[in-house]
Design a binder for this molecule. Structure first.
Ligand code: NAD
Length: 255
């Protein structure tokens, strides 16, 4: 087991990629704090799946778009699990809007959840590790759109591009504390965030033509990359992005 006796906090883990990451880290031996905005049936399902791996787990409701919630999430995680070693900034949202029509609310919500949350969660987490006197891992779930433009998703691309530079900067500041900071950048993954796309056969077929591997990604594809970056094997890897996209990034033409 690669992550035995470690404790991981995975934001946005009530379903989708976040649930896949939480379960995979538990399979590698980690205890897991799950998070989402509400303690609902999906949150309880994630909790059961992690516990079924034989690990300790708890769920803490918090809106990562709010700085106070981010700080409370780290504080309560430590209070309930005793320590933290791994932070996975996974929660994310997107809105579809042409740049000329996008409103302030769309912009604020996307930037708050996708960029401000990871900034203040990483800060609270790193302060905790400094007090705890141990190193640790910060892994952000970014996107190929930290590099690749995506018309009508400008706020989303701005948030993921910002997450790339947040990661690179704090990798340098936190390395002396033994904390590594990296991004995983998925391509198109089968999750509820892509429900609209998956229900439009024409759009899906044209997207699949752009993916050399010939299929969408699945949560476990991303979870395996996160488990690697969280492990001792990745101790000397910091400030980088691991792209998990079946070849999409360098083969993509917007239709
Ligand atoms: N699915 C994809 O194709 C894809 C591709 C690239 C990157 N990503 C990124 O992966 C991450 C997860 O995406 P997904 O496809 O699993 O999405 P999803 O919509 O299926 O799940 C998002 C999760 O985040 C949680 N969440 C949303 N807002 C929150 C908030 N304010 N506070 C706390 N939790 C919140 C939701 O409850 C849910 O658990 C996101 O950061 C997304 O940008 C997804």
């Amino acid at each position: 087991m690669k992550l035995h006796a470690q404790v991981a906090l995975v934001t946005g883990s009530t379903h989708g990629i976040g649930r896949g990451i939480a379960v995979r880290l538990a399979q590698e031996g980690a205890d897991v704090v799950l998070n989402g905005r509400e303690d609902d049936a999906e949150a309880r399902e994630s909790l059961e799946q992690v516990r079924a791996c034989g690990r300790r787990a708890c769920f803490i409701a918090a809106d990562v778009g709010r700085v106070e919630d981010c700080r409370r999430l780290v504080r309560e995680s430590v209070a309930r699990m005793g320590r933290l070693d791994i932070l996975v900034n996974n929660a994310g949202v997107q809105t579809h809007a042409a740049f000329l029509d996008a409103g302030e609310e769309d912009y604020d919500r996307v930037l708050e959840v996708n960029l401000r949350g990871p900034f203040f969660l990483a800060q609270a987490f790193a302060r905790h590790l400094r007090e705890q006197g141990s190193g640790g891992r910060i892994i952000n779930n970014s996107s190929v759109h930290e590099e690749l433009p995506h018309p009508n998703f400008t706020a989303y691309c701005a948030s993921k591009g910002g997450l790339k530079m947040l990661m690179r900067n704090i990798a340098i500041e936190l390395a002396p504390l033994g904390i590594t900071v990296n991004n995983v950048a998925p391509g198109a993954v089968e999750t509820p965030i892509n429900r609209a796309l998956m229900n439009q056969p024409d759009k899906l077929a044209s997207l699949l033509q752009n993916i050399p591997a010939g299929r969408l990604g699945r949560p476990h594809d991303v979870a395996g990359a996160v488990a690697f970056l969280a492990s001792a094997d990745a101790e000397y890897i910091t400030g980088t992005t691991l792209v998990v996209d079946g070849g999409l990034l360098w083969n993509y033409n917007e239709q």
